[in-house]
Design a binder for this molecule. Structure first.
Ligand code: F6P
Length: 544
């Protein structure tokens, strides 16, 4: 039997709902004109400036969110996360990605053991390995230095390194090209292989579980390709693994020395700070990687200690919750005005939607409000020429996160300032809107309504002075903590992902039906999937 809802929780929840109902009527333009409010709602954290003042929220809304956060004991959960308590209550383990960037001089005892010893040990091994690959001491079987790295992994074992390698390309080693192989679509490897020479290629199999089907099959394909020209006893010069399932990697044929482990308390989507960051470390070097960890650590310290209203990740979570309640919109576009950050939306999709796409709270009740707004986006200015029409004039007010990197002003054509001007302009245009022009002749008046903009559309602007490893670390940690804080506000577990399992099981069943076209379809298969499966099978038959 579930416990009755704590009266304080019920009261603060009701108070927040009524503040949000009033909030729907707020005049966002008038709010954003107030300089004192602008100042209060512009926070600085770990070198980032985050301006929330274009959001349609007032003091009553913030006070209601603050009271509600106290009722859900958000501070206690936050402390428990940093202390390594088993906050991932469905899997009974900590969520300790913050330990990966903690000051190594500060022990962290979990279950009687200092986890920092393991963390430091793996980091030292990674440093040694990446130094040797980068300076050419680590060579392929035929004596050639490594020129290409293929990182084989998917989801959290790819998206963080993909984002960071793209974002920090400016710091890349001149000899090393980093490639990612995630999709099981054989086309991806077929295309990539044509660009590679096995004699100078290093493959990294990155999988926390070492059981993910896409990664296992792609790893087999890459190993077979390597073995086409590398003698088996020298394969270790071309193939290493990153995993928390060391036995699984050994069963794949790798020796201990070729395995970089991490612990199961690092969630996949929070794992880029662990050995999963190996491709990035190869690209930028261990020192730069360390700077990224330091940037994330600065955000951790901010999140752990800043008072609620000055706490950037927490306020970000508040705003997100507020918008689902007040604006009744369940979508959060993220638009980086920086091509280097072009994979940020994809990264955040997993971080936010795999973490918080849950419907059951920790008491086993349906979650009180819609969770996990849809995360999506593309870099500006390209995005302006595709879906911004809907942001400005569509029926829903999607609250945007604009991520702006201040330009260096070095482009002879001034394109970097044009980029920035557009980033700043979009937030203002969404807020300000434009009344329909009622002047002119009948034809002009008929068009007027189509040319007006409703305005009052909220956005947050994150300003970054320069896209350094430290700032990137801080930016990612900002969103990680926003995600965790939202999970505590919804009272869900942000650190499991049971929802992805069913699809994997169903796919395995269907694959066996495709492998054996004569096999009978199960009686309980729905008519649609049965018809589609038959159609695919007959297509296979025709080709075969
Ligand atoms: O299927 C979801 C998922 O488990 C993610 O949570 C994870 O990041 C991804 O698959 C890859 O998992 P692994 O690193 O174990 O291969």
């Amino acid at each position: 039997m579930t416990e009755p809802i704590d009266p304080r929780l019920a009261d603060t929840r009701a108070a927040l709902e009524s503040a949000a109902a009033r909030g729907a009527q707020l005049d966002g333009i008038a709010l954003a004109r107030d300089p004192a409010r602008r100042e209060a709602l512009t926070l600085e954290a770990a070198g980032l400036v985050i301006d929330f003042s274009k959001q349609r929220i007032d003091e009553a809304g913030i006070a209601a969110l603050e009271a509600y956060s106290e009722a859900v004991e958000l501070e206690r959960w936050r402390r428990a996360m940093f202390d390594g308590e088993s906050i991932n209550f469905t899997e009974r383990r900590p969520a300790l990605h913050t330990a990966l960037r903690r000051d190594p001089a500060r022990p962290l005892i979990v279950d009687g053991q200092d986890v920092m010893i393991d963390v430091a040990d793996t980091l030292a091994r990674l440093r040694d390995f990446t130094d040797r690959v980068r300076d050419g001491r680590w060579r392929g079987a035929s004596g050639r230095p490594i020129t290409d790295v293929v990182s084989i992994g998917i989801g959290g074992s790819a998206l963080g390194p993909v984002l960071a390698c793209e974002a920090l390309r400016e710091y890349a080693h001149p000899r090393l090209r980093i490639h990612f192989l995630s999709n099981i679509d054989p086309d991806v490897w077929a295309r990539l292989a044509t660009q590679l020479n096995p004699a100078s290629t290093l493959a990294v199999v990155a999988s926390k579980s070492f059981k993910t089907i896409e990664t296992a099959r792609n790893a087999e394909a890459v190993r077979a390709w390597l073995l086409g020209s590398v003698p088996e006893d020298k394969l270790h010069r071309h193939l290493v693994a990153v995993t928390s399932n060391v036995a699984g990697a050994e069963a794949f044929g790798l020796a201990r020395e070729a395995i970089f482990p991490f612990r199961d308390w690092v969630g996949g989507r929070f794992s880029m700070w662990s050995a999963i960051g190996l491709p990035l470390m190869l690209q930028v070097g261990a020192d730069r990687f360390g700077e990224m960890l330091a940037g994330a650590r600065a955000m951790d310290e901010h999140f752990a200690s800043a008072p609620a209203r000055a706490n950037a990740p927490l306020v970000m979570a508040w705003i997100s919750l507020w918008n689902t309640l007040a604006l009744r919109v369940n979508s959060e576009p993220v638009i980086p005005y920086s091509e280097a950050l072009r994979r940020l939306p994809a990264y955040l999709q997993q971080l936010q939607m795999e973490s918080n796409g849950k419907s059951i709270d920790r008491d086993g009740r349906p979650v009180a409000w819609p969770s996990a707004p849809v995360t999506w986006g593309e870099p500006g200015t390209d995005a302006q020429h595709s879906f911004f029409q809907a942001l400005h004039q569509g029926t829903a007010a999607h609250p945007v996160d604009f991520v702006l990197v201040i330009p260096r002003g070095v482009d002879p054509q001034h394109r970097d300032y044009t980029l920035m001007a557009n980033g700043l302009a979009q937030g203002e245009a969404l807020l300000r809107g434009k009344a329909a022009d009622t002047g002119g002749d009948d034809a002009a008046r008929a068009l007027a309504a189509h040319r007006g903009y409703p305005g009052k559309r909220p956005s947050t602007t994150i300003l970054i002075d320069s896209l350094t490893p430290a700032r990137l670390g801080a930016l990612i940690a900002l969103y990680e903590h926003k995600t965790a804080a939202l999970g505590w506000l919804w009272r869900i577990n942000s650190f499991d992902q049971w929802g992805v399992e069913l699809g994997k099981v169903v796919a395995t069943g269907i694959e066996s039906l495709l492998d054996d076209p004569k096999a009978a379809l199960p009686d309980d298969m729905d008519a649609s999937t049965a018809a589609l499966t038959r159609w695919v099978r007959s297509g296979l038959h025709v080709r075969g």
